[in-house]
Ligand binder design. Structure first.
Ligand SMILES: [Zn+2]
Length: 412
């Protein structure tokens, strides 16, 4: 087999295109392939499809293609142009690459596969492309995916904020809790941030919303109430966020008590911060002995912890009525605890009890998308070089958007 014919097959180049020349540069470890076509070929106008002869050629362009063994491989061609009576002089569509791409479709597909599995830096090493090139492929994949995205019904959504970088910059994420995908990302965590999701929905989509899981955050509450009918019965305060609020109260009690004990030279609570924050069944075994001893002491922190853990039992009920009874008892205990941070959180729970108990009609939580959250954490940690919020958003859509990212490769 002649080397030009070999590359025609390898590149999947079809009529009317042929491979005219192949060069191998051992020193540079690269293969260069030139594609061309016969004179008399007729091409479809990219706008209307009318067939016409070659008008002229655009200057030669180069596309990176899949490697030939360890050799980087580049495809060169002069894209033909046609002169359509209706649409003027236009470049014809090339079978191996998108209009402005610097990579062939097959290379882009491979790059997307790689980018899904690793961070940008890893992809630059595997694919031997620059950071900007790798990022550009990812960005184009997201653009493609968002453009193809069809309207869909999401009956159960979760709304959450994520901080960007180390500053106090936030983004708002709307997740489809059933599909575990990020459906919408907006800047900040204001009412308008979430409004932008709802205003993009059709009436049918809005009516289909059955339940929304959120943390207690007034701007989100206001937005949901403004856009979703019967919102009061559909908003479910996320149990993991609620437990985080109580965990914070326990920690406040611990800090204060620790300071007081330390003044008397008592280091009982030193280094115990995280022990009190675990759910009791999740406490690692190596800490169990110390924790049992701590619990047995007459500590304010231990009392606060017990109150926190008792709140968790709320979700073990199957009926709203029983959960409500449990809450009443718990509330009495918490508000009579003489532990100020606990009392404050107990009042907050009482204020929002209706939405907390909505869980029993709509057992949803943002942690259903636990996989999603850990993915987003990984994206944050990855050396993505988030020079800005837009990069973070694009990466979330890439990894969590459930989008169709791949360019379509023409089949024979
Ligand atoms: Zn035309």
């Amino acid at each position: 087999m002649h080397d030009t014919e070999l590359y025609r097959c390898l590149l999947g180049i079809e009529q009317p295109w042929t491979v005219e020349e192949v060069t191998l540069d051992l020193a540079e470890q690269r293969v260069d392939v030139w594609a061309g076509h016969k004179e008399e070929v007729r091409w479809p106008c990219p706008e209307c499809g009318a067939m016409m002869p070659t008008y002229d050629h655009a200057p030669e362009r180069t596309w990176r293609h899949l490697d030939s063994c360890q050799f980087k491989t580049f495809l060169h061609a002069r894209p033909p142009r046609v002169q359509c009576t209706e649409h003027g002089v236009l470049q014809v569509k090339l079978p191996w690459a998108d209009a402005k791409a610097r990579f062939t479709l097959l290379f882009e597909r491979l790059a997307i596969e790689v980018l899904k599995e690793t961070d940008i830096l890893g992809a630059t090493r595997i694919l031997r492309v620059s950071w900007d090139e790798a990022w550009h492929i990812l960005e184009r994949a997201v653009e493609r995916g968002l453009a193809r995205k069809k309207r869909k019904i999401c009956p159960q959504i979760g709304v959450d904020e994520k901080s960007v970088g180390k500053g106090h910059t936030y983004i708002t994420l709307v997740c489809d809790l059933k599909a575990s995908t990020v459906e919408h990302i907006a800047d900040d965590r204001k009412q308008t941030s979430l409004d932008s999701y709802f205003t993009g929905l059709s009436e049918e989509q809005k009516e289909a919303i059955e339940a929304v899981a959120i943390d207690i955050w007034d701007p989100y509450l206001a937005s949901i109430k403004a856009h979703v009918a019967h919102a009061e019965d559909k908003i479910v305060f996320d149990r993991y966020h609620l437990m985080t609020h109580l965990g914070k109260a326990v920690d406040d009690v611990r800090k204060k008590e620790h300071r007081a004990l330390e003044k008397e030279g008592d280091g009982t609570l030193t280094g115990s911060k995280y022990l009190w924050l675990y759910a009791r069944e999740n406490l690692p075994e190596k800490h169990q002995e110390r924790f049992s001893l701590l619990k047995a002491l007459n500590l304010k922190t231990a009392r606060a912890w017990a109150i926190k853990e008792s709140f968790r039992d709320l979700w073990s009920y199957t009926h709203r009525g029983w959960a409500y009874r449990h809450f009443k008892k718990w509330y009495f205990w918490a508000t009579h605890s003489r532990l100020q941070p606990i009392i404050e959180k107990a009042r907050m729970m009482c204020k929002y009890l209706h939405n907390i108990l909505n869980y029993f009609e709509h057992p949803i939580t943002n942690a259903v998308s636990e996989g999603l959250n850990s993915k987003i954490q990984t994206i944050k940690k990855m050396a993505y070089g988030f020079r800005n919020r837009e990069h973070f958003k694009t990466a979330i859509y890439f990894h969590c958007g459930g989008l169709q990212l791949y360019p379509e490769v023409p089949t024979e």
